[in-house]
Design a protein around this ligand. Sequence first.
Ligand SMILES: NC(=O)c1ccc[n+]([C@@H]2O[C@H](COP(=O)([O-])OP(=O)(O)OC[C@H]3O[C@@H](n4cnc5c(N)ncnc54)[C@H](OP(=O)(O)O)[C@@H]3O)[C@@H](O)[C@H]2O)c1
Length: 400
Amino acid sequence: MKRLLIIGCGGVASVAIHKCCQNSNVFEEICIASRTRSKCDALRDRLKGTTKTRITTAQVDANDTRALIALIEHEQPQVVLNLALPYQDLTIMDACLACRVHYIDTANYEPENTAKFEYRWQWAYRERFEAAGITALLGSGFDPGVTSVFSAYALKHHFDEINTIDILDCNAGDHGYPFATNFNPEINIREVSAKGSYWQDGHWVETEPMEIKRVYDFPEIGPRNMYLLHHEEIESLALNIPGIQRIRFFMTFGQSYLTHLKCLENVGMTSIKPVMYEGRPIVPLQFLKAVLPDPSSLGPRTKGKTNIGCIFQGKKNGKSKSYYLYNVCDHEACYREVGSQAVAYTTGVPAMIGATMVMTGKWLKPGVHNIEEFDPDPFMDALNQFGLPWQESFTPVLVE
Ligand SMILES: NC(=O)c1ccc[n+]([C@@H]2O[C@H](COP(=O)([O-])OP(=O)(O)OC[C@H]3O[C@@H](n4cnc5c(N)ncnc54)[C@H](OP(=O)(O)O)[C@@H]3O)[C@@H](O)[C@H]2O)c1
């Protein structure tokens, strides 16, 4: 029996699980295990009668490696798909190593008390995964994930050498709230309030948060303001795309979001340093998360589209060339299909596809690997098949 263990049952996991259930030939059995078991049970009950995939559920604290090992030994999966939070990446990798089971995630490790994400903690597992004969596939969401596969595809089919990559992430969805985040608010706010950075000629260039702004006219959406952020796929693409000179990541934000974020920062609500409140320590950002709308409640209210993709510049047969690969996703269509908005959809679908690649043996390579290190072709085909069709342009407008 082919069996997948999914850790976490939030917005992204809900989409990935719906999609596994549409692909029952690969996912004959799945176990959903998370901190709050009732959420896993509710999702299993919603899917009952709609799929051939057999679903079981379990409770687990993914910060506890021993509990994870006991769960894996009981469930006997071929692959563990980590859709909990970046804080749990290492404990889950430890448990996979102990049980010799393949590992997949969508976000790189970040210590809970330092808002700094980077790959070095997970790359330190390379030799141990290799010796155990198991594969760790890192970053199988949209960005990182699809943007990294787009880069591997562009290099394989369209360039002899890629010199620059601009990753553009536009969410033009409107949920009607003055301020809400489209995925876990704590992780989202840590990411966007950090300093920006980009890769240039072999080193990082750091910027102040939101210091670099551009306007881009996105296909099927129109002109939007976008801001340069640090983003994790830059770190691995800088190593894995030979000849690369510059990689930048831009994300769009509306004025209401930015004004609220600035105000929350100014009053200390985005801080991750504990403060004493009524005799006990609380983390302001965690308190803020508790009062903000739950991202999984945004689905029925969000209208509009996302457009996420990469613009490449480089050389083919000695000639300069530019190429734009992107996906447009409609929030309301996602909600109709799986009951979630497009930000969860665009992450959950590639998580399921990454799990398919490993489960079916198409992408097995002992060690710890970023997603662009594998053959992009079967993943690109699966994007078209499972709801994230991609489009291309050979004459894109470039970002200045
Ligand atoms: N690559 C990409 O494109 C991309 C885009 C968006 C998000 N992401 C990543 O996707 C992941 C999931 O995001 P999300 O928006 O789905 O978050 P979410 O809605 O907050 O879901 C997180 C889930 O993990 C569970 N969890 C948290 N701590 C746990 C623990 N110690 N033990 C067991 N379960 C635990 C939560 O349990 P409770 O239900 O009890 O809270 C919840 O079910 C994050 O790592 C995020 O960074 C990646």
